[in-house]
Structure formats: C-alpha cells, structure tokens
Design a protein around this ligand. Structure first.
Ligand SMILES: Nc1ncnc2c1ncn2[C@@H]1O[C@H](COP(=O)(O)OP(=O)(O)OP(=O)(O)O)[C@@H](O)[C@H]1O
Length: 254
C-alpha cells in the first residue's frame, strides 16, 4: 500500500501537483490517468523519490519516504520494480542477461541461483525459448514481456509502469495489460500504471485516479468510470470516436 497525503510539487512559480491525497492499494492495478500535462509523470517521479515534493508525505506501508534515511531509501528502491516506457532494454545484452541485470546489481546470489530465478520469470512471461536472443531479434510485445520479467525478477513489493502499452497493437496491448494484472494479483504487489489508454482503463482499472491540472478530480474503478457524470472524466473517456459511438448507442437504448 502506498498512501499520499497533501502532496505539493512546483517548478519555480508554477504549481504542478496541488495537494494530492490518495491511497494505492496492495494487490491491485492502480491506474493514474488524465490529459496530457495533468501531472502524471511528475507524480510518478515524486512517488519514486526522483522529485522532492515541497509539502506532503508519501507512505510506503507505514513509513514516509520523507522520513527515511539514505539506507532506508536504498532498501526501498530495491523493493520497486519499474517498467519503463519503451521497455528500456539493453540492446547489447541477450534477453537473459537483461533479466539477470537487477539480480547482479542488487543481490549477492550465486550464478546458479540467479539463473534459476531468470528461468522462472522468463517462463512466467511465456518466453522460454528466448533466453539467448537479443532485443532486436524479438517483437515489440516480446520485448515488453522481457521488461516485465526484469521488473519482477527481484520480487518487488511495488511495481511502477509508465505507459506500458505505448507502441503496441491493441491485441498485444491487452495481453501485456492482463499479464501485469495477473502478476499483481499472484504476488500481492502494489502496482501503479500511468496510462492514456482507454483499453487499459477497461481491462485493468481496479483503482483509477484521474488527475486534472495537478488535482485528483475523480477516483473509481473500470465500471464506475462509465457511469460517472464528472465532465472532466467523460471528456477523457469519450474523446475517442469509438467510445463516443458506444455512448450514443447506449443513450438511444435508454
Ligand atoms: N522538470 C520539469 N521542470 C519544469 N516543469 C516540468 C518538469 N517536468 C514537468 N514539468 C511540467 O509539469 C506539468 C505536468 O507535466 P507531466 O509530464 O507530469 O504531465 P503528464 O500528465 O505526464 O503529460 P503526458 O501525458 O503528456 O506525459 C507540465 O506543465 C510540464 O511542463
């Protein structure tokens, strides 16, 4: 569980995050959505401790990062798995070397132990045959699965995903979303996904936080988002032609 209390972040005279209060629940896919420029990335960077907020607290379980010393912050970073936009794999490393990288960085495990864990996570993301391949030799969807395997190899308590579907076709995007959700449930991880993608909202939106100009203006799940009268949310949801048409049909049917 990650709890945010009255979080404020500004750059110069510009207030970006304006007093956010929110709980991201354990074992759930928590989504941060909102229009471009609403502050999603800045919020994510505050959660990761990359930006310092001027005011407010971010609690990981019962400990606020603002009150952690450097050792505690380092320990916390080891509990966080990160799925970067675009995957961010090392091109010069094979799939298994990419996945093993965090184990080499953060643990003192023996080679055999590391290899067993790499095999386990690659099998979990259904990439058994890809160990010796390079990222350029596999598809975008497979690259995303390698990134997921790398993000979970250290058994994180928290998983952050920045636009995990960017660059994927809708069907592959759904496979990736479902994989993130399954892994979240299986391992009871607190997962936070920043996304623009309405398909993700529908597929895995268990706790959706909607930001507008640095404020939380709506929170709910993937069923509630289609019932809300909040105009900011409906503008966002029905901004795609497909969803507009669905709404017209729903309205006609009464
Ligand atoms: N390092 C920075 N210095 C100054 N201003 C910044 C910095 N990073 C972000 N901002 C500003 O903060 C605001 C929110 O940006 P942010 O990137 O969080 O939006 P976003 O919701 O993630 O948008 P998008 O969906 O396009 O990625 C913008 O006005 C942006 O210009």
């Amino acid at each position: 569980m990650i709890k945010v209390e009255n979080l404020h972040k500004s750059f110069g005279s510009e207030d970006i995050l304006k007093g956010l209060n929110v709980v991201f629940e354990k074992g759930k896919t928590n989504l941060i959505i909102g229009q471009s420029g609403s502050g999603k990335s800045v919020f994510l960077k505050c959660l990761l401790g990359l930006f310092k907020a001027e005011e407010g607290y971010i609690y990981y379980e019962d400990k606020a990062i603002q009150n952690m010393d450097e050792d505690q912050q380092r320990d916390l970073r080891e509990e966080i798995g990160m799925l970067f936009q675009g995957g961010a794999l090392f091109d010069s490393m094979t799939v298994e070397e990419n996945v093993m990288f965090p184990l080499r960085m953060f643990t003192k495990q023996r080679k055999k132990e590391m290899q067993a864990r790499v095999d386990e996570v690659l099998s979990r993301v259904q990439l058994e045959g890809a160990h010796k391949k390079y990222p350029s030799e596999i598809s975008g969807g497979m690259q995303k699965r390698v990134s997921i395997a790398r993000a979970i190899v250290n058994k994180p308590k928290y998983l952050f995903c920045d636009e995990p579907n960017s660059g994927l076709d809708p069907k592959t995007a759904t496979v990736i979303d479902n994989l993130i959700q399954e892994i979240t449930h299986e391992n009871n991880i607190t997962t936070i996904v920043v996304t623009h993608d309405m398909n993700s909202v529908m597929e895995i939106g268990e706790n959706i936080v909607f930001l507008k100009q640095g404020k939380l203006v709506w929170q709910g799940d993937s069923t509630e988002i289609f019932k809300t009268d909040n105009e900011d949310v409906t503008d966002f949801v029905y901004s795609s032609d497909l969803f507009k048409k669905i709404r017209e049909v729903q309205n006609k049917e009464g």
